[in-house]
Design a protein around this ligand. Structure first.
Ligand SMILES: [Zn+2]
Length: 136
């Protein structure tokens, strides 16, 4: 599961796979009885009917996965923090790009309402309804 969207500066809990087994035979108690289960561990057990295509194929099989919410490691924490910084950088770059194009678009506009110069009656915008000086 992707938790890279969590912007917390503190360590967070990540849903982590702690056990996985695939087998031609049905999964049984002996496959998982060594695990020291915790109350909220999630057990996903089932049968995959297999898949065949030109690019990718796998045979039918039984499977079990067990996931647990585990506090992220130092390495995962660092990686997530770096991703947050990168996301902020790209977000700012996108905002700046749209700021520049909007700046060009509105360069010659009324600074109160954004109307093209002239359509706001005059350059000083004395009659502009958005001009705070006209709110007397
Ligand atoms: Zn105006």
């Amino acid at each position: 599961m992707d938790h890279m969207t969590d912007n917390s500066k503190n360590k967070i809990f990540l849903e982590t796979e702690i056990f996985r087994k695939e087998s031609n035979k049905p999964i049984t108690w002996k496959d998982i009885k060594h695990i020291e289960f915790q109350d909220d561990d999630k057990i996903n057990i089932g049968f995959d009917e297999g898949f065949y295509s030109e690019n990718n194929s796998w045979d039918p099989h039984y499977y079990v996965t067990i996931t647990r919410n585990v506090l992220e490691t130092d390495e995962q924490y660092q990686k997530r923090q770096e991703q947050i910084k990168l996301d902020e950088k790209w977000s700012r770059a996108r905002q700046f790009k749209s700021y520049k194009s909007l700046k060009i678009k509105f360069e010659d506009s009324c600074k109160y309402c954004g109307s093209p110069t002239g359509s706001c009656t005059d350059v000083e915008a004395e009659s502009c309804s958005e001009n705070p000086n006209n709110l007397k």
